[in-house]
Design a protein around this ligand. Structure first.
Ligand code: ACO
Length: 427
């Protein structure tokens, strides 16, 4: 028999259906709460609120499980490549070879960015944060691709999707090249998706591009690990902006801004800056552990804690191993890797962190790999955005295909009651 939840309020009883997900998660369906009772729920930070039913990503924060479309993140990180994962997330199934080739060809077909876009990029100072630049350029793309807003048919929607999958890496590469003072470059259609990204980012104007398999594989894995994470801050932003039927690119631009913050994707930059500061301060991890625990001190151990994971973030485990492998293969000895490991060890044994179930998250080790690959610290969150792109697209597509209503939360007003206007000379 279907379960229901009962609410008793003010002498009345209200019944609400309880829905069950495929992994047995339960949720009280309160769609009729306000219309039947006149009251609303309040849940700052949406800690208890499911905003949608979604078939894309499953995560169990208590058990440390993450799956895209039913496939474990561990298996995907080991066996799949980023483009396959993008297809899986967006369309629901792993592509066969023919589907993958045709998807990639469609992307290559769209991989030019209007030359006029370079003028917009030129307008930014070199010191501009790359996340602001990327968000602006992504939004500006709408002006050069106005038909991308029309997603009234599956075909039109597919066209918008391949367009952004093609052009976004070019914008990412341009953002990096601007920062480094390198000439802007286009990719090479003969290369794989991630290999091409690597080339666009790192090719020197006076040298032949040499394929760097270690770097490309590491990048591919990091992009897969970041590809989706259900209804996080930036994804919810993409869905809510998209719910007003703003176009895909505008929705993504908003998602990039949401990702920028240090409590979300910006944590990868913050982690590295924190590790560098600890190193510069003599490597005294105990001092920083004490600061993180001191409630009078705003310092937090960046890269630790997660809204959903109350156990190891499975992505952090894979990235930690990958950091060891990549640095080992490249022959890099980075003292901040030792500081990171030292902090992790201390935190995992510390009562404050144990009691609050604070574990390393995806961003704790990712910056160490990016740094080893020659990516500047300010670009780390841009790399996160590049990885998250297919997840954002998949979530936006799911929302649009389901015809979800515009996102518009309620509030509880706690301001002044009605009062009369007082002329300025009488105030
Ligand atoms: N260092 C020290 N204390 C922490 C940390 C931390 N990194 N994270 C949480 N806490 C403490 C809080 O002070 C709070 O303590 P209290 O109960 O004594 O008040 C308790 O743990 C719970 O923390 P909240 O902030 O309530 O947890 P919330 O779910 O709101 O926040 C967040 C999660 C934002 C990720 C938080 O853990 C944090 O700020 N971490 C550092 C930033 C970071 O790494 N962000 C990346 C997240 S992953 C991602 O977005 C890709």
């Amino acid at each position: 028999m279907a379960k229901t939840a009962t609410l008793n309020f003010d002498g009345n009883t209200y019944e609400f259906p309880v829905i069950k997900g495929t992994e047995n998660e339960l949720a009280i369906d309160i769609k009729t709460l306000r219309s039947s009772s006149g009251i609303v729920t309040i849940d700052p930070g949406f800690k208890n609120t499911g905003s949608c039913e979604s078939a894309i990503t499953f995560l169990d924060g208590e058990k440390g499980i993450l799956r895209y479309r039913g496939y474990s993140i561990e298996e995907l990180a080991e066996k799949a490549d980023f483009l396959e994962v993008a297809y899986l997330l967006i369309f629901g199934e792993l592509p066969n070879q023919e589907q993958l080739t045709s998807f990639h060809n469609d992307i290559k077909e769209e991989s030019q960015v209007d030359e006029e876009m370079k003028k917009i990029l030129d307008g930014f100072p070199k010191s501009a944060h790359p996340m602001g630049v990327l968000s602006s350029l992504t939004s500006a793309l709408v002006a050069f691709n106005p038909t991308s807003v029309d997603v009234s048919s599956e075909k039109a929607m597919y066209h918008s999707i391949v367009r952004i999958l093609a052009k976004f890496p070019v914008l990412v590469a341009w953002t990096l090249r601007k920062k480094k003072g390198l000439p802007l470059d286009y990719g090479d259609d003969t290369l794989g998706y991630v290999e091409n990204i690597h080339k666009m980012m790192f090719k020197k104007p006076n040298q032949e591009y040499k394929k760097d398999t270690i770097a490309i594989d590491a990048l591919d894995k990091l992009l897969i690990l970041h590809a989706d994470h259900e209804q996080n801050c930036s994804t919810s932003t993409v869905r809510i902006v998209g719910s007003s039927h703003a176009g895909l690119f505008a929705s993504l631009s908003a998602g990039i801004s949401a990702l920028w913050g240090p409590l979300h994707g910006g944590a990868n930059q913050a982690v590295l800056e924190m590790l560098e500061a600890i190193e510069a301060d003599g490597g005294d991890t105990k001092k920083y552990m004490a600061k993180a625990k001191d409630k009078e001190d705003p310092f937090r151990l960046m890269g630790f804690g997660h809204r959903v994971y109350k156990n190891f973030d499975p992505r952090a485990k894979i990235i930690k191993k990958s950091a060891d492998e990549v640095l080992g293969s490249l022959g890099i000895e980075d003292p901040i890797l030792d500081i990171a490991k030292g902090l992790e060890k201390e935190a995992l044994e510390d009562e404050y962190f144990v009691k609050r179930k604070l574990y390393p998250n995806v961003d704790f080790y990712s910056g160490i790999i990016y740094r080893a690959l020659g990516i500047p610290t300010e670009m780390f969150t841009v790399m996160f955005a590049l990885g998250r792109l297919p997840g954002w697209i998949a979530q936006w597509r799911e929302m649009r295909l389901k015809g979800e209503p515009i996102g518009r939360p309620r509030q509880v007003y706690i301001g002044e009651n009605l009062r009369s206007f007082v002329e300025v000379d009488k105030r």
